[in-house]
Write a protein that binds this ligand. Structure first.
Ligand code: NAD
Length: 476
């Protein structure tokens, strides 16, 4: 039985959730408690109580704690990766990569804890000096989705602690295992009681309690657009600082001068890896008409060759879909695409394997119009919509014609078009001849329009969300 970590103690609960392996639904990964509203209030109380002490801790103390956590994550990347692959369904290689990334993020913010800086300016008035300093925001509520069960918690928890905040962390209900393992490492890292708290459970209970409590000064949320909009309204009503990372409908533009091998690799990796369950996935592939048929032909050939199967088998390239409701959503969008008049070139079916899991064949639609629902709504599965463009200008217009703005990619050998695209794509991240999904851990992450709200995450830019600025005037 895996319990919540509240105020420096493991606290049980009556409500228990089974964590099921999506590659084999007979395999129970573990049992995890679900917090009550009272548990969440206790956790917030503990974080509130611990805030003053942690806010005044030395940078060295914070750096040491974060470094220890990062070190253990990196040392145990293989067993933690196996746990992650077992509960979420991404392949073992992808899962070990995710744990590695989480370790690197903690190490990065161990360094950042030592580099918190401010400004000193002369006043415009005589005899007065001005200091601008950064202080912790306070108690931070962290709400995360299921598709990156350890990296997303890491990129929120590490900066929160580095900049002197205390934390109440609510992981996704579907994947509590990796979150619990991370919390267990954090519980042994030397943090004072109450600085970090884990409350697993339902969004409607735990999330709602975090949003409703005035002692929580900031909410950082990653998840779906619908939930994010509710979070924004409730957080704003209490003047909480809020940061949202939501969905995407990311375009990958392939121009006729692109290196075909590079473009196919970008399309396959960006669209289908991690079973398409990435906010940065290239779900719209916009191809210049001159190469449209040839590109589709080659893409279908490669997609059919992808090996879908149990996440822990070494030969698997595409793991299962994370749960039955996501599988149903994928199947529903295949029907919607057909009804809208798009042409299904391959995939889009539930697959049987040696184990009973949620396996789904990667799908490609051609003849897609950018106005169709399959081109406008986030499917969050391995489904590509290939859209024809007359030329570069048309491709750019199609790429930007979306409610989202997380990431955009282009495959071209033209410096002129690549440079123009980097400037004109209405997104937070642009990729030239690299897949839209797959980013570094030391630079900002986030988007525009319907994809994001508030300050950027990760890298040095994380300081904007996790600190508040104070301006002090002193007359000498
Ligand atoms: P979700 O919105 O269903 O859940 C996200 C989290 O919110 C979970 O922890 C959930 O329990 C919690 N929650 C649910 N209802 C709540 C409520 N009423 N109040 C407060 N919290 C509540 O999202 P998901 O299905 O777990 O994740 C998939 C989504 O996440 C996709 O849309 C994907 O694009 C997005 N995502 C975005 C990024 C990014 O950085 N832009 C990264 C990964 C995933």
């Amino acid at each position: 039985m895996h319990k919540n970590w509240i105020g420096g103690e493991w606290i049980g609960a009556a409500d228990i959730q089974q964590n099921i392996n999506p590659s084999d639904i007979t395999d129970v990964v573990g049992e995890y408690v679900r917090a009550t509203r009272t548990d969440v209030e206790m956790a917030i109380g503990a974080a509130h109580h611990a805030l003053h002490g942690w806010a005044h801790s030395t940078p060295q103390q914070r750096a040491d704690v974060l470094d220890r956590i990062g070190h253990e994550l990196l040392t145990r990347k293989d067993d933690l990766g196996a746990l992650l692959a077992r509960e979420e369904g991404k392949t073992l290689a992808e899962a070990v990569g995710e744990v590695t990334r989480a370790g690197q993020i903690f190490k990065f913010f161990a360094g950042e804890a030592l580099r918190i800086s401010g400004d000193v300016l002369a006043s415009v008035r005589p005899g007065i000096g001005i200091e601008i300093t950064r202080e912790p925001v306070g108690v931070i509520g962290i709400i995360t989705p299921w598709n990156f069960p350890i990296a997303i918690p890491a990129w929120k928890i590490a900066p929160a602690l580095a900049y002197g905040n205390t934390v109440v962390f609510k992981p996704a209900d579907l994947v509590p295992g990796s979150a619990w393992a991370l919390a267990e490492i954090i519980s042994r890292s030397g943090l004072p009681a109450g600085v970090f708290n884990l409350v697993m459970g339902r969004g409607t209970v735990v999330g709602a309690a975090l949003l409703g409590d005035p002692r929580v000064q900031a909410i950082t949320f990653t998840g779906s657009v619908g939930t994010g909009q509710q979070v924004l309204q409730q957080a704003a009503a209490q003047h909480k600082k809020v940061q949202l990372e939501l969905g995407g409908k990311n375009p990958l533009v392939v121009l006729k001068d692109a290196d075909l091998e590079t473009a196919l690799n970008c399309a396959i990796q960006g669209t289908f890896y991690s079973t398409g369950q990435r906010c940065t996935a290239s779900s719209r592939i916009i191809v210049e008409r001159a190469i449209y048929d040839a590109f589709n032909h080659a893409l279908v050939e490669r997609t059919r060759a992808l090996r879908v199967g149990h996440a822990l088998l070494p030969e698997t390239q595409i793991g299962p879909v994370a749960d039955p409701s996501q599988l149903q959503q994928n199947l529903d969008y295949i029907d919607i695409g057909r009804q809208e008049g798009a042409r299904l070139l391959c995939g889009g079916e539930r697959l049987q394997a040696d184990t009973n899991g949620y396996f789904f064949s990667p799908a490609i639609f051609s003849e897609v119009d950018n106005g169709m629902r399959i081109a406008r709504e986030e499917i969050f599965g391995p489904v590509a919509s290939v859209i024809a463009a007359d030329d570069y200008e048309h491709a750019l217009a199609l790429a930007n014609d979306t409610a989202f703005g997380l990431c955009a990619g282009i495959c071209t050998q033209s410096l002129k078009h690549a440079t123009h695209f980097k400037r004109e794509a209405q997104v937070g991240m642009v990729m030239v001849n690299v897949p839209t999904a797959g980013v570094d851990y030391h630079v900002p992450f986030g988007g525009r329009k319907g994809s994001s709200y508030g300050a950027r995450e990760q890298g040095r830019y994380a300081v904007e969300f996790f600190t508040t600025v104070k301006t002090a005037y002193t007359s000498t």
